[in-house]
Design a protein around this ligand. Structure first.
Ligand SMILES: Cc1ncc(COP(=O)(O)O)c(C=O)c1O
Length: 351
């Protein structure tokens, strides 16, 4: 606390990201990064930016990237917004679209940054409990609200909501923005971007941090009706005109163009996920159905926090949340085959 702070800073409860350890040789399965490297074409495109042109500002509109995303999803570039990681895109969406008299609705178990943005921007929030199987119940989103947001697949559960159910939420809430946070959609679901031309109240965000292996580059996107995008642009241009640097614009655009690399790594992660689910089940874990690059699992007799600590002692990092309803779960990112094998071997010893 400091007398120099603006008063609202005292009441902020900042987000706590997963640990980024400075220790070598850890099996790092705690922040849902991709275990495989990014596209070689993306790296080459970034390297090509390392020249004298760095003295110049980048394109404030990131047009190259917007067109790459627009081509990929067959929408016009006016449907596309880009930012410094989807966290920044989400922040602008909260600021531009969710500051209303009625509360923002989101699931009780979902991305823990949502309440943080509500705190930052003074947005009223109302959490809506997932059902007993940790699924979103669409009927619960038919109540007065100033907006709706949920991850799909949900995080940290990994559970997917089908597109027809998302359409039910959209049609029941024509006067609210429904933001579908698709950080993990490439690992097992159909993107709601296919619906943006049909619903002017739908905004979909995605990240290049997961399925495109570029967490270190910090690039996120939003796709939605041009009026929603204009709202985001107004906030972005009142905050930072150049959120993406030259390397990020070129690398992210090249990543969208490299379909082969994308499909190869994504399919590998999906196949490994099925292996991990079977191996965990054989060890006595209940694993929620996952459409993401992580699994959410609880053991029938072992305490999750203790297990996470034991795993860490043996060099395996997973994520544990001290939150009601899920304190007995571990969120485990899918690694390489070798990392997954180490995870299972170490767990066998612990259990
Ligand atoms: C559900 C969800 N949304 C958004 C993000 C943010 O992703 P990034 O800021 O890396 O694009 C994450 C990161 O883990 C996430 O889990």
């Amino acid at each position: 606390m400091s007398k120099f702070w603006s008063p609202f800073v005292n009441s902020l409860v900042p987000y706590v990201p997963g640990e980024q350890p400075k220790i070598d040789r850890l099996v790092k399965l705690n922040t849902n990064e991709n275990p495989y490297g990014p596209s070689a074409k993306a790296i080459a495109a970034m390297q090509a930016q390392m020249n004298d042109d760095l003295r110049l500002y980048p394109d404030p509109n990131s047009d190259l990237l917007k067109h790459a995303v627009a081509d990929y999803y067959s929408v016009g570039p006016q449907y596309v917004f880009v930012g410094n990681g989807s966290d920044e895109v989400l922040a602008h969406a909260f600021h531009a679209l969710f500051q209303h008299d009625k509360p923002l609705l989101f699931p009780d178990i979902s991305y823990s940054f949502y309440p943080v943005y509500c705190g930052l921007y003074g947005i009223k929030q109302q959490v809506v409990a997932l059902d007993e199987n940790f699924q979103i119940r669409v009927a619960d989103y038919q109540q007065p609200n100033g907006g709706i947001i949920f991850p799909n697949p949900n995080a940290p559960t990994g559970c997917l909501l089908e597109l027809d159910k998302i359409e039910q939420v959209l049609t029941a809430n024509p006067d609210s923005v429904v933001l579908v946070d698709e950080a993990y959609i490439d690992f097992g679901g159909d993107s709601a971007i296919s619906l943006v031309k049909k619903y002017d109240n739908l905004l979909v965000t995605q990240t290049l941090s997961k399925s495109r292996s570029l967490a270190g580059l910090r690039v996120g996107i939003a796709v939605g009706h041009p009026d929603l995008i204009e709202g985001l642009e107004r906030v972005k241009n009142s905050f930072n005109s150049y959120p993406l640097d030259r390397a990020a614009i070129a690398g992210a655009a090249a990543a969208f163009a490299d379909a082969d690399h994308f499909h190869f790594t994504r399919n590998k992660v999906i196949a490994s996920r099925e292996w991990v689910v079977e191996a965990l089940s054989a060890l006595g874990f209940e694993v929620l159905p996952s459409a993401a690059n992580f699994v959410f699992a609880r053991h029938k007799s072992r305490d999750a926090q203790e297990l996470a600590a034991q795993l860490r002692e043996q060099g395996v990092l997973v994520r544990h949340f001290k939150q009601e309803r899920i304190e007995q779960f571990l969120r485990i990112s899918i690694g390489t085959d070798e990392q997954n094998q180490i995870l299972i071997d170490v767990l066998k010893n612990c259990i």
